[in-house]
Design a binder for this molecule. Structure first.
Ligand SMILES: Cc1cc2nc3c(=O)[nH]c(=O)nc-3n(C[C@H](O)[C@H](O)[C@H](O)COP(=O)(O)O)c2cc1C
Length: 261
């Protein structure tokens, strides 16, 4: 953001290179270190729009503290300033503005959508994947009956993980993260424990084996964890059968065929 002319040149080169096949957008913050103002961010937007032709901006409504604040703390410490983003949307009606930063519930999404063109969600979706189903229902009007089941979400995810990510070399621990928020309650905790120990085993056996050793499909590891978690939970339910009033599982999980997706 310190050099909008450079950003514009980079964007122009990208736009020329993709020949219209991909939309080039810019994501930025509202300031840097001790500079945060409408004038600063609007100058940045104007130069990029005028010199590169970018018309779609995603604005994280915080400044970036480049001196002495870690990337992680930069997600929480600099205060949010949504009105600056609203002002940009009002000042440049021909450009598209998507707001980002700290948005984590449906009423806030609705409120922002009344002021800007879109909302980008980061950590909320990372930590609670089912929030996307809430969004489908409340923002896009998708009926409850059309919301995908846990089994179908899992089947699609595992197919994607096996078919694309394993070949790219993405680590299983990274692939397992989104699953953590799919399974809730006590069954979820048991599942996380099972998959955690299977992942540790898979990683150490890969490290011991020679390079080029084929990797186990991520779906196999997940299914083994699901079977283990399911049988542990069923055993618990049986052992507490006499006092079953509060022991309904929060979510039933079934091992799935990734190929079904
Ligand atoms: C684990 C993680 C990785 C991120 N990686 C990127 C990235 O590569 N590029 C980027 O522009 N923002 C990245 N961000 C920032 C998010 O896109 C987003 O701006 C930020 O999390 C604030 O939105 P939120 O409050 O909805 O999470 C990342 C955030 C997290 C938590």
């Amino acid at each position: 953001m310190k050099s909008p002319e450079t950003v514009a040149r980079v964007c122009r080169a990208m736009i020329d290179a993709v020949e219209g096949k991909t939309r080039i957008t810019v994501k930025c913050r509202i300031g840097i270190d001790d500079v945060e103002s409408f004038e600063f961010v609007s100058r940045f937007v104007e130069i990029i729009a005028a010199n590169a032709g970018v018309d779609h901006f995603i604005i994280h409504a915080r400044r970036a503290w480049l001196k002495g604040l870690s990337p992680r703390r930069n997600l929480t410490v600099p205060p949010l300033n949504y009105p600056i983003v609203y002002r940009l949307a009002e000042a440049y009606p021909d450009l598209k503005f998507v707001i980002n930063g700290g948005i984590a519930d449906i009423p806030s999404v609705v409120e922002h959508l009344g002021r800007v063109d879109g909302v980008m969600l980061g950590r909320k979706v990372r930590d609670d994947a089912w929030f996307l189903a809430d969004m489908d229902q409340h923002i896009y009007g998708v009926p409850q009956s059309a919301i995908p089941s846990l089994d179908s979400v899992l089947a699609s995810y595992l197919a994607w993980a096996d078919e694309t990510q394993i070949k790219l070399g993405t680590r299983e621990t990274i692939l397992a993260r989104p699953l953590n928020s799919l399974f809730r309650g006590s069954q979820g905790r048991v599942f996380r424990r099972h998959i955690g120990s299977l992942l540790t085993k898979a990683t150490s056996s890969r490290e011991e084996s020679k390079a080029g050793h084929p990797r186990v499909m991520f779906s196999e590891i997940t299914n083994e964890a699901l079977v283990g978690a399911q049988s542990e939970c069923s055993a618990k339910l049986l052992s507490h059968a006499k006092d079953a009033s509060s022991l309904e599982p929060e979510m039933t999980v079934h091992p799935v065929e990734a190929a079904e997706a």
